[in-house]
Structure formats: C-alpha cells, structure tokens
Design a protein around this ligand. Structure first.
Ligand code: ATP
Ligand code: MG
Length: 479
C-alpha cells in the first residue's frame, strides 16, 4: 500500500499550530500518537480524534491548549486515568501522560506508572498504532517509529510491539481489536499474533460484554464483516462470544441429501446486506436471521432437511443473545427480532407469482419495516445458480413495485383500524364483548383481502353487514 508520508498539510492546521506552541511553552515533550497518525498515513477519511501523549502531565498540557483555542469547551479531566479531553470545532483532542503498565491476571486494568515515550509505545496494541509524530521544537513533525510500524502499514500487517502472548494476555480486548482492525483496514494478522490469539482466546471472558459488543459492532459496520467473523471463528473467540453462530457450521448428509452450511451462508448474507444498508441493527438481523436453524434442524424423509419454525425459535434466541451480551432490550432488539421472525416470509413470495393480498398481508405485518425486510431478503439470495438468482431478484423488484401501489391506495404500513371498538359498541349498543373483536377482525381481513378499501365509509358498511350476521340489532338513528 502506498502511504501518505507527507504531514506538512496537517502540521500547518490551526489546531496543530496551537499544539506546537503549547508544547514549546511547557517543559514536557509531547507527541501525537496512534489512530490519527495511522489513518493519515493510510489516507483514510480524516478522523476527528487526535491522541496526544505527554512525557509529564497530559492534564496540564490540555489546560494550556484549551486556553489557546478560541471557543474550545472547558477541559474534561479524568483524574483516575490521568487523561484530559479538549473539544474544539468538532475535533476531540485527548491528552494522556506517557506511562508504563503492569498487569495482574484477573483484570485488564493495569497498574500504571509514568514512563518514557518508548515505554508508552511498548504498551500499545499494534506497531501501526504506536507511530508517533513529534510536537517538540527540536524536531516538530518528525515520525517516531521504533517498531517498524511503517513497514507493517505498507505491507498491511497487524503485529504487536512486544511478545504477542503477553500483549494479548495482559489485555484480551486487544484480540478483538486485532480482528476489528484486520477487517476495517483489510489487513492480515501476523502469524505469531494469530497463534497467540488462538492460545489466549479463553482470556476474552474477563472482558466486559459492553466492550465486546463495541468491537463486534465495529466489525459489523465495515464493508465486509465476513472477514472478521471468519477470523473470530478460526481463533476460537466466536465460540465464547456467539456460540449460536458456531452451531450453524457444517454440512450434514443423509440419504444423499445435504443442507447448506448456514454459518458461511449467514456471512454471505451479511456481506450482501452491507452493500445496501448502513443500519447496524439490520446488519445484526442479517447475522442472526438463521440462528434458529441449528436447534430446529431435522431430517424428515421424504422431504429431506427441515428447519421447522426456525424463525420463531430464532426470534426467541435473539432476545436471549441481546440479554446475555448486555445489549439494549429496547425497540432495536424488537426490530431485530421482527426481522428474524419475518425473514422467510417474502421468500415464498419471491419464488412464485405474488398475489395482491399476500403483499397486503406482508406490508400489514412488517409495518414501517417493510423496506428493511425486503432488503434483508434480497441479501438472503445466495444461490449460485445464475438463472435462479436473476429470477428471485426480479420477483423482489416486482414485490417492491406492488408494495408502492398498495401503499398509495391503502396506507397499510401504519395501519390504524378505520372503525374503532368504541364506535362498534356505540353503534350496536354493546358492552365490551367478543363480538367487537370479531367485527374488527372481519373489517381488517376485508381490507387485507382487497375486498374493501381502507376507508371509513366502506368499513362502516362492512361493520353493519358483520353485525347482521352476528344477529346484532342497530338503529339507523345511531349513525
Ligand atoms: P479508532 O479510533 O479508529 O478505533 P484508534 O487506533 O484511534 O482507532 P482508539 O481506541 O481510539 O483506537 O485508541 C487510540 C490509541 O490508543 C490506539 O491507536 C492505540 O495506540 C492505543 N490503544 C487503544 N486501546 C488499546 C489497548 N487495548 N491496548 C493497547 N493500546 C491501545
Ligand atoms: Mg481513536
């Protein structure tokens, strides 16, 4: 990879000029380090985070910088960590004192002492994240690269500055970071690192669920998450984080009939989806859409392999997974559940000529998420048969067109019954009773079948007709 080694444009930006002045006034040597330097070298879209490490007090430097940046918000100080944050014009600058760390077995929180730049670089996760740019008067702008991070950037390799077994065991979160960076940057994990991750995979258990999910989300937000999930699987990490996905692995054959490997199928669906949607939660839905297939798998001659009710089981598993991983159990979880639960519905439609009423029912059931559902189902088309591939996609195109027509006419997406229960009670002079439910249901069915439009007047006539069938009495005056 060709690197952007010229920092001159960066170094003349107002924020860097202020950093330079502040460092010159303080007696502490300071450096920009980590993600900012890496991403500039890689020519990745400019990030708004700058990490500064000071050989001394990062907090004091932050205070000096804040005073020089007009309009900067008050410095946020995190005493326990010895760090400070300055926000200015949408840029976050984080200051930290250089440190060395020593770890205990039980925790990823180290004992921290002040250290040299070299010691600070040593404790960083990867050589490509240890690159530093000097902010000091004697060598402003020069690159400090003690571990050949530049070479690794050029070659696209993730390597730890120290012995990888120590690096990963000290802070097992780094194993996930390695896989996340490999996926984000499309880099290779150095063999020694990969082996060390595989050996230390069980150490992931000391990492909080929130941190783990953070990294999984970052992997899911890349262009091709499959790369990350394959690495998670190969290193043994996935087994400890999402064993339900591992259960989808493998192909069984009975009486010459095979089913597909639902693990690799799932990853293909996720990658497909990522081409058409940036929605993290829809990406989660793609990841979990077949999760119910492992526990429901049966071989039933003469049909062959069946996964009866796997959508329902999968929706239940979705809740359990979210709960176990301490993910939000709010409307996001419900959305993922709904997508998983409905994920097979449009397939049937895609395989055959679709009727209007099937479309109406689909729109009614999916509600505001109908477009997401179709996007998911399109991603689910992984057949290697070009003729079928073409036909399924075409049918979904027709489905999308029909949805628009149904929508224009009947607004089923946010269906509100045109006749309320109260209206029915009043009209037939009824107390709360099952007849009301029956009439409401009949009206809804008539609308979904396309028998009547989704309008008050037509629904009113339908109500009268249904009332008559049930032997209810009304007076025209009641209208
Ligand atoms: P991004 O912000 O795109 O995720 P980044 O490299 O900036 O990437 P941060 O989490 O913001 O990552 O961390 C900033 C820097 O701190 C990293 O570049 C790395 O040098 C160091 N770092 C972060 N987390 C760890 C860790 N768990 N172990 C060692 N070093 C770390
Ligand atoms: Mg960062």
């Amino acid at each position: 990879m060709k690197l952007q080694k010229d920092f001159s444009e960066v170094l003349t930006r107002p924020v860097f000029e202020v950093l330079q002045k502040a460092v010159a006034e303080s007696n502490d040597k300071s450096y920009v380090i980590g993600g900012f330097v890496r991403d500039h070298l890689l020519n990745r879209s400019q990030k708004k985070d700058i990490d500064v490490v000071a050989l001394g007090s990062g907090i004091n430097l932050a205070i000096t910088v804040q005073k020089k940046l007009e309009g900067a918000k008050a410095v946020q100080i995190f005493k326990t960590y010895g760090t400070a944050m300055v926000h200015w014009k949408g840029i976050d600058i984080e200051f930290v004192g250089a440190r060395k760390e020593s770890y205990s077995k039980e925790s990823r929180n180290p004992k921290v002492e002040p250290g040299t730049l070299e010691e600070d670089q040593n404790r960083r996760d990867f050589t490509i994240n240890a690159l530093a740019i000097s902010l000091n008067p004697e060598n402003y702008g020069s690159l400090i690269d003690p571990f050949n991070g530049l070479k690794d950037l050029e070659k696209g390799i993730l390597r730890t500055p120290l012995n990888p077994d120590i690096t990963y065991s000290d802070d097992p979160l780094r194993m996930l970071r390695a896989i996340r960076f490999a996926t984000q940057l499309d880099f290779t994990i150095d063999k020694a690192s990969f082996d060390a991750i595989s050996r230390n995979a069980n150490r992931i258990d000391i990492i909080t669920k929130e941190r783990i999910v953070d990294e999984i989300n970052k992997i899911l937000m890349t262009q091709k998450p499959s790369k990350g999930f394959v690495l998670l699987e190969k290193t043994g990490l996935l087994q400890r984080i999402l064993p339900e996905l591992i259960d989808l692995k493998g192909v069984e054959e009975i009486e010459g009939q095979r089913h597909k490997d639902n693990f690799y199928h799932t990853l293909e669906v996720v990658d497909n989806l990522c081409e058409n949607s940036d929605d993290l939660w829809l990406r989660w839905a793609a990841l979990l859409h077949d999760i119910g297939k492992a526990p429901t798998k049966k071989f039933k001659p003469p049909i062959g392999w069946t996964f009866h009710n796997h959508e329902f089981v999968g929706a239940k598993m979705t809740y359990k997974i979210f709960k176990r991983l301490k993910m939000p159990l709010n409307e996001k979880m419900k959305f993922v559940q709904k997508m998983v639960f409905m994920s097979s519905r449009p397939i049937i439609i895609a395989e055959e000529q679709v009727t209007d009423s099937a479309i109406r029912r689909l729109v009614f059931d999916a509600g505001p998420f109908i477009d997401d559902l179709i996007t998911l189902c399109e991603a689910d088309i992984t057949t290697k048969n070009p003729e079928r591939f073409e036909r399924y996609h075409n049918n979904f195109k027709i489905v999308r067109e029909k949805i628009i027509l149904v929508e224009e006419k009947d607004h089923l997406r946010n269906f509100q019954p045109p006749i309320s229960g109260e209206m029915i009670m009043k009209f037939f002079n009824l107390k709360p009773s099952k007849e009301i439910g029956l009439i409401k249901e009949a009206i809804k069915e008539a609308i979904l079948e396309g028998e009547i439009p989704n309008e008050k007047e037509a629904a009113f006539e339908k109500m009268k007709e249904e009332g008559k069938k049930l032997g209810l009495i009304f007076h025209e005056k009641a209208i």
